[in-house]
Design a protein around this ligand. Structure first.
Ligand code: SF4
Length: 237
């Protein structure tokens, strides 16, 4: 199988069958906490990187070969940004046509600025977008996006997504010590998240090796303080 991985037991999703609709490390970000290594060439070009039919044929085969395996989610994520695949909406719809397993999409949120991308995700059962910065300078430091990507536009995309999408949104915040865990930044993040109104806020932190030196999670006390500021929807994962 080239585009399917797992199923993996995930802290958030239970048993999740991963689908990678883009080639390795195809992304418009180069996050300091990325576990996949550096993004050698950031791209904002959306296209059918991986043929839709090939992905669907692998999923059909996997479902046929594993009728007894109880999967909690089929998750589009993979080793890069899945919404870069321009046919992601059709892929989700066709997965829904052949299976009753809920479909989740994990995204860095950057392409949610485009109405057609938001529309393509409406058929998913769960969207896990990330937002780890609300100031452009913090955004540049932590996510190191392709040129021209503006965090204000991403925030507006997330607010629009919430208005248009009826499924669950679990917003992920990745916290890196000394980069985005300053409490003034967290207060601003809280104001923005209130406007986005996700169903859950999930605090994540870099716990595995990354290629950038000195990337560490906040200490436990700071993490708990941040959770307190972000309120009752917030959980540490
Ligand atoms: S958005 Fe995801 S895949 Fe892309 S650089 Fe960041 S962590 Fe890595």
């Amino acid at each position: 199988m080239r585009y399917i991985y797992g199923p993996l037991l995930s802290r958030r999703l239970g048993l999740s069958l991963g689908i990678s609709p883009i080639p390795f490390k195809t992304c418009d970000f180069d996050c300091v906490y990325c576990q996949l290594g550096a993004t050698l060439s950031k791209t904002k070009t959306r296209k059918e990187y991986v043929n839709k039919e090939e992905i669907l044929s692998e999923i059909r085969q996997w479902l046929k070969d594993n009728p007894q395996t109880k999967i909690n989610y089929i998750t589009l994520s993979g080793s890069g940004e899945p919404t870069l695949n321009s046919r992601i909406g059709e892929i989700i719809q066709e997965i829904k046509n052949i299976s009753s397993i809920p479909v989740a999409v994990i995204t860095n949120s950057s392409f949610l600025i485009h109405p057609e991308v938001r529309r393509s995700l409406l058929v998913a059962d769960l969207i896990i977008p990330s937002l780890s910065a609300v100031d452009q300078d913090v955004f540049q430091k932590i996510n190191r996006p392709a040129e021209g990507v503006k965090v204000d536009e991403i925030i507006n995309g997330l607010i629009d997504l919430r208005k248009e999408y009826k499924g669950k949104i679990w917003l992920e915040v990745m916290l890196v010590r000394g980069v985005n865990d300053d409490l003034r930044h967290i207060q601003k993040l809280n104001e923005v998240i209130t406007r986005i109104n996700p169903d859950k806020i999930q605090l994540n932190r870099p716990i595995r090796h990354t290629t950038v030196a000195g990337i560490r999670p906040p200490d436990k006390r700071r993490l708990n303080k941040i959770k307190e500021i972000l309120g009752e929807k917030c959980q540490i994962i």
